[in-house]
Design a protein around this ligand. Structure first.
Ligand code: JFZ
Length: 488
């Protein structure tokens, strides 16, 4: 027994400082419906997704018409959930589509705004939990085709965004409050089972329909997959995923689609990520890189605390463009994509608060986007309080970007570089290119190198975050590669 404890202690001590949950697999169970791959996807389509950095989410549907109110009453929940509120009768909600006529909707204008914001991909709600389809689905009457508007919205969005060079991923809710066979609990009676089989067939048909109608899309962003009934269908959902991938090579699917045969979601019974990226970072960010498990991930973020669909009366704190930029840089510094949600109103207008965010973030991204796009975690530099490191290889060599959100009072940006890692040969402001001097602060007790980058006293960033670029003559060993090698 003592020997065992000693052995265990040696293992713990020998573990690398950042031990990832995935690397340290809990067990190895032979799973049929767990992860089908260990470690990251290595193909070009996934690499493209990984390099996006900044995305836009759009939640749009008939919930935009009441906009968080019903007969003068204020609904404090998320506006897209208003159908579930006792303050609105289901029949009233289910008839709202008869008023859905967004006369101001202009897909090309939305796409231009997104392009100017610096967005590289869009996640668009084709169907939220209420079941209303923004494309004319053959499999239900509850679609735009039956509304006064009448036209295909998903098609216009896919075309307009694709024309602006923005990739489109389709949000699809498994929960469908409008389908008679849909249920949350596992079906028990024969009748319930038959109805749920119809619902499964309907869900599959709609997904095949979407990929067939919109071949330009790059991925599916699933939601509403937490019901016991759906989780129990692990084998069937797994086969559906395989079918969708076969009909659409390169398709990117996150971890919120299917469970393994033990009901584990996102990570299977062995601790391996299910599907292509971790979708659990919703309205939250990892505290540190170790918490990411070393996988691909996205963070989807609301502008107020928790409103996705249009709510005409936002209460509580509303994030500023600089709150969101900080989250973006933080996400990229830990290998994540950051996706900002927009909730257009019932006439098809983007609200002023979101227009302002798009303009401000876009202005910053035009000058500093090099520190975001294609960038990833920098392992050999220790996070400091002034901001975040992001890095990449370029034609001209390795670069590390230091995005400063908290400028130190003494104008010294402290940097700690792991022993053995390369030191920068020069530093300059990304915006404008002026050289930044740095002084060698020697080594600390861990034998790590300390550097201080000196921001000139008269440097004025206009109160905005700024980027200092470090250039390296030799490789700086970015984490991704070393992490991948450790896995294989
Ligand atoms: C879901 C939806 O219910 C919501 O309306 C919105 O579409 C959002 C993007 O997704 O809400 C969730 C889903 C998962 C978590 C939290 C809210 N989660 O895992 O913490």
């Amino acid at each position: 027994m003592k020997k065992l404890i000693l052995l265990a202690a040696i293992f713990v001590l020998a573990a690398p400082p950042e031990s990832f949950a995935q690397a340290a697999r809990r067990e190895s169970i032979a799973l049929q419906h767990g992860a089908h791959r260990i470690g990251k996807r290595a193909d070009a389509e996934m690499q493209r997704w990984r390099e996006h950095g900044l995305g836009q989410f759009i939640h749009w549907g008939v919930y935009a018409i009441p906009g968080g109110h019903w007969e003068g009453e204020y609904y404090a929940g998320a506006a897209e959930w208003i159908r579930s509120w006792s303050g609105i009768p289901n029949e009233a909600y289910d008839n709202l589509y008869k008023q859905f006529d967004p006369v101001d909707f202009d897909a090309r204008q939305w796409a231009r705004q997104a392009r100017d914001m610096g967005v590289k991909y869009l996640i668009f709600t084709t169907k939220h939990h209420d079941g209303f389809c923004l494309w004319p689905s053959r499999y239900t009457k509850y679609t735009v085709a039956g509304s006064p508007y009448g036209k295909d919205i998903v098609g216009q969005i896919v075309d307009a965004y694709t024309a602006e060079g923005i990739d489109v991923h389709l949000y699809f809710s498994i929960i469908d409050w409008n389908h008679r066979g849909y249920r949350s609990a596992r079906p028990e009676t024969a009748e319930q089972r038959a109805a749920y089989e119809e619902f499964k067939t309907f869900t599959r048909n709609q997904l095949v329909e979407l990929l067939t109608r919109y071949p330009a899309v790059k991925g599916l962003w699933f939601d509403g997959s937490w019901d016991a009934a759906w989780i129990a269908e692990a084998a069937w959902v797994d086969a559906l995923g395989t079918e969708l991938r076969a009909m659409h090579p390169g398709l990117v699917i996150g971890s919120r689609f299917r469970a393994d045969e033990f009901g584990n979601r996102h990570y299977d019974a062995n601790g391996d990520l299910i599907d292509d990226y971790d979708q659990t970072w919703e309205r939250s960010l990892p505290e540190n890189f170790a918490q990411t498990n070393g996988v691909d991930w996205d963070c989807v973020m609301t502008v107020p605390e928790n409103q996705w669909g249009y709510h005409s009366d936002w209460r509580g704190y509303v994030k500023t463009p600089y709150d969101l930029l900080e989250m973006l840089v933080r996400a990229v510094s830990m290998n994540g994509n950051f996706v900002v949600n927009f909730g257009p109103d019932g006439r098809g207008n983007i609200r002023p608060e979101e227009t302002y965010i798009a303009a401000e973030m876009g202005a910053w991204m035009r000058r500093n986007g090099e520190a975001i796009y294609g960038c990833s975690h920098v392992a050999q530099m220790k996070q400091q309080g002034w901001g975040y490191f992001t890095g990449k290889n370029t034609d001209k060599g390795k670069r590390v970007y230091m995005t400063v959100f908290n400028r130190p009072l003494d104008n010294h940006l402290r940097v700690e570089i792991e022993r053995g890692a390369a030191l920068p040969s020069r530093a300059y402001f990304l915006d404008g290119g002026a050289e930044v001097e740095f002084v060698d602060g020697g080594r600390n007790k861990h034998n790590n190198r300390l550097l201080r980058f000196v921001i000139p006293d008269n440097f004025d960033s206009g109160g905005k975050p700024f980027v200092v670029v470090l250039e390296f003559d030799r490789p700086t060993d970015t984490t991704d590669e070393s992490y991948q090698q450790a896995r294989t």
